[in-house]
Design a protein around this ligand. Structure first.
Ligand SMILES: Nc1ncnc2c1ncn2[C@@H]1O[C@H](COP(=O)(O)OP(=O)(O)OP(=O)(O)O)[C@@H](O)[C@H]1O
Length: 597
């Protein structure tokens, strides 16, 4: 029993630590003075709110006594006093609400921006995705979009609401417990002929009542934490799949994949529903208990004090004061009971944000096994490339590309050509060895990213369109064999959906012709183009990089592409157990045998 209590206490401390490490950075940030001032104001308003409640309780005594004594003068005076109490009550509530909301909003803004910066920095967003597919153990966070959007909103608002609620409860308890102690007098009862007296009986009763309530609530509500955690995850998975259907709408429609997608959506929505049902059932039990607990608390103090009241021990005002003070003490002691559901959601959110935070921190402090150095040429030494699950793909590669070269990289599908490019680009974290890379490099992936919006922005991505003149933009489109788009620079559209595959490839080539990099790594950039366009564009690209004093390395399956290159590297399958255990070895000695190779 005691070991389980110790374990719970240490879990509770861990949760508090997590909350602190998530919350503290904002209050230490460049906005700290404003944030602390607002927090202080909210605390002060909360304290004042409790003070107004104490005044309200005293007012109860005077007002009901005036009613009982039929004292009209006091009655009207107390009505005026009530007006003031109500005025302060309302004013404090409004101010409290407004400042709390503002602080929440600022906090969320700061936190979201800071997490976004970290997520987008150092390719964290890409590496976390790679890690997630590599580790199916659930340690890497799912749905970062949800963490950045929904979880941050819940965390900041719940942390404020719950912490201020708790503060309110503690201060209310401290203020009213003394009051209740004074009001409750001694409670006496006779048992086996002996009369016992309990000092401050009402306080002890409120305490006992609330402790029982808290324990029972915790017992009934504990599964809610895990269920809420899962609920947020299932909702995010469902939303994510909907977004994928939207993104790949055309491919799905062409494949007649509606039925499969519908099945997948039903599956994910099924998870949402099943878990939600469990949540509802658990919440129903909790609501049943907390409602009973709340209702019983209304009548409980009157039942206890009735005997003394009818015996003439005190007046109606005193009885009403006892009822109200008992209510306040019990309410504050039952803070946990009333907020169990919110605490469960808040804790699940805290866990999700902590795991996101941890994986970003781990990513930032990782050791890069690939040593990169700047150079005039591309050179690798003992380069090893593996898959995210650790399977070696390529080992011991020693490569060199000098300015003026143009290299064609070939090999079976899935042999690791694109992954080798990812290593050259420094984005593949599963690479080892030494790599020297020149600057002024452009990498062209198999599937170019074409953002929605104005065509000029898509053309210059990721640089601002204002870096280039309209003439330059038009020339690049013409050179990339996209004359029809020349007049549409200011048109806004979903270009990734509207442009054909070949047009998107030509748009990516136009980007390169515009930026004029010295080094170019091109991955299947003309696979959707006809032979004539392929020939024209490769020649233009080679001329661009060579004019800038660099070189070009291309991946292409089509043998004809060999005509535009003077060297060939080939990925050749290795025997099992060959050096490094890698699946492929890179043969760089083959010359280019045009077309027929
Ligand atoms: N993010 C990833 N997670 C797990 N495996 C991956 C990932 N990316 C690539 N791979 C695997 O690495 C291997 C090499 O992939 P890569 O895309 O480099 O091949 P490729 O030679 O360029 O193929 P293709 O000619 O078909 O484009 C493949 O087996 C692929 O499944």
């Amino acid at each position: 029993m005691s070991s389980s209590v110790t374990a719970r206490a240490s879990t509770f401390i861990q949760v508090l630590r997590r909350v602190f490490s998530l919350a503290a950075p904002y209050f230490r940030s460049e906005e700290k003075w404003r944030a602390r001032a607002m927090l202080l104001a909210i605390v002060a308003l909360n304290l004042f709110y409790v003070y107004v409640a104490v005044l309200g309780n005293q007012w109860y005594g005077r007002f009901y006594d005036a009613l009982q004594n039929k004292d009209v003068t006091t009655f009207w005076r107390e009505v005026r006093v009530f007006g003031w109490i109500a005025f302060f009550n309302i004013a404090v509530q409004v101010l409290k609400f407004y400042i709390t909301q503002l602080l929440q909003l600022r906090w969320r803004t700061w936190m979201t921006r800071s997490y976004l910066s970290r997520w987008m920095a150092d390719r964290t967003f890409y590496h976390l995705e790679l890690a997630r597919y590599a580790n199916k153990d659930g340690h890497t966070p799912d749905n970062p979009d949800q963490r950045l959007q929904e979880d941050m909103q819940i965390f900041t608002s719940s942390t404020m609401t719950l912490s201020m609620g708790l503060l309110n409860a503690v201060v209310t308890l401290l203020s009213f417990i003394g009051l209740l102690w004074g009001l409750s007098g001694n409670f006496s009862f006779t048992f086996s002929g002996t009369t016992y007296q309990i000092v401050g009986a009402m306080v002890w009763l409120a305490l006992g009542y609330s402790i029982v309530g808290t324990v029972v609530t915790h017992f009934i509500g504990r599964p809610l934490i895990g269920l809420n955690f899962k609920q947020q995850r299932y909702e995010a998975d469902f939303r994510h799949h909907l977004v994928r259907v939207r993104e790949y709408s055309e491919a799905i429609a062409l494949d007649h994949g509606e039925k499969v997608e519908r099945g997948q959506l039903d599956l994910r929505f099924g998870d949402v529903l099943r878990n939600y049902l469990l949540l509802i059932k658990q919440q129903k039990n909790l609501v049943t208990f907390t409602s009973f607990f709340g209702q019983a608390a209304v009548i409980f103090p009157f039942l206890v004090a009735a005997q003394q009241y009818f015996g003439g021990a005190f007046q109606l005002g005193h009885l009403m004061q006892i009822g109200s003070a008992f209510g306040k003490v019990q309410e504050s002691l039952s803070w946990f009971v009333d907020n169990y559901d919110s605490v469960a959601v808040w804790r699940a959110t805290t866990d999700r944000l902590t795991s996101f935070e941890d994986s970003m921190t781990a990513h930032a402090s990782r050791d890069d096994a690939l040593q990169r150095a700047p150079s005039e040429m591309l050179q690798t030494d003992d380069l090893a490339v593996a898959l995210p699950n650790g399977t070696p793909l390529l080992a011991g590669a020693a490569l060199a590309v000098k300015p003026g070269d143009s290299v064609l990289l070939q090999g079976p599908s899935g042999s690791g050509k694109s992954t080798l490019f990812r290593s050259f680009a420094g984005i593949w974290p599963f690479s080892k060895g030494k790599l020297q890379v020149p600057d002024n490099v452009a990498f062209m992936p198999q599937r170019p990213y074409v953002p929605d919006g104005k065509l000029r922005d898509a053309l210059t991505y990721p640089n601002p369109a204002s870096n280039f003149s309209d003439d330059q933009l038009r020339q690049a489109l013409t050179d990339a064999l996209l004359p029809d788009l020349v007049s549409r620079l200011d048109d806004s559209d979903a270009w990734s959906q509207k442009l054909s595959g070949g047009e998107q490839q030509r748009l990516a080539i136009a980007r390169v012709l515009l930026k004029k990099p010295a080094w170019l790594f091109a991955d299947e950039i003309t696979s959707a183009l006809d032979a004539q366009a392929e020939s024209v564009l490769y020649k233009r690209l080679a001329a661009t990089v060579h004019a800038a004093g660099g070189a070009m390395v291309s991946i292409a399956h089509r043998a004809a592409v060999g005509d535009f290159h003077n060297q060939r590297w080939t990925l050749v399958p290795q025997e099992d157990g060959a050096a490094g255990g890698a699946r492929y070895r890179l043969n760089t000695s083959a010359g280019v045998q045009p077309a027929a190779a």
